[in-house]
Unconditional design. Structure first.
Length: 183
């Protein structure tokens, strides 16, 4: 499969100010999965995640691939790309089918939340935005999230400020739930 052409088309559209949304057909979906099965370099992974992020339809077929990468992610740039693809192809796709995100995904996110990657302000903001999309399932992360709540430093850093606001929103969501499973 020539995913490189799809990627270049997206980048071209973005550079010319277009929305760059594509609809993946079944052959393209299978092609992307086959490429992923063979193993990807970091650059190839980023290109495929870009394609997924700009696809019009949420598709659970990519869930296990994204989860596998989330379990091994070691750098901020890849984490942010993975979280973007997760929003559409795990959270949104599961909700569309009437299900919560998979346990595999939730565990991967919890592990990242408790890793050094979560201490980076931009990463934490992206993690929290992703967690917020899980709705009431976000309570599973309550203990880990509250440990990371930014303090006074949030006044001087846009990512810390956004993280603090998201955590406060989550706290309001959790308020009716006494303690929660991890709280």
């Amino acid at each position: 499969m020539d995913y490189q052409k799809l990627y270049e088309d997206i980048i071209s559209d973005l550079k010319s100010g277009k929305r760059a949304l594509i609809r993946l057909n079944p052959d393209q979906i299978e092609g992307l999965k086959q490429v992923w099965e063979k193993g990807l370099t970091k650059e190839e992974l980023h290109k495929i995640l870009c394609i997924l992020d700009h696809s019009m339809d949420a598709n659970l077929e990519f869930s296990s691939y994204i989860c596998r990468e989330l379990k091994e992610v070691a750098d901020s740039e890849t984490l942010i790309y993975l979280l973007g693809a997760s929003s559409k192809h795990i959270i949104e796709a599961a909700a569309k089918d009437g299900f919560p995100p998979s346990g595999e995904f939730m565990t991967a996110i919890k592990n990242i939340l408790e890793s050094p990657l979560a201490k980076e302000p931009e990463n934490l903001e992206w993690l929290l935005r992703t967690i917020e999309q899980t709705g009431m399932k976000s309570i599973l992360f309550k203990g880990s999230i509250l440990k990371l709540k930014p303090g006074m430093g949030s006044l001087f850093n846009q990512h810390k400020k956004a993280s603090k606001e998201i955590i406060e929103l989550l706290e309001k969501r959790w308020a009716p739930i006494k303690g929660g499973p991890l709280g």
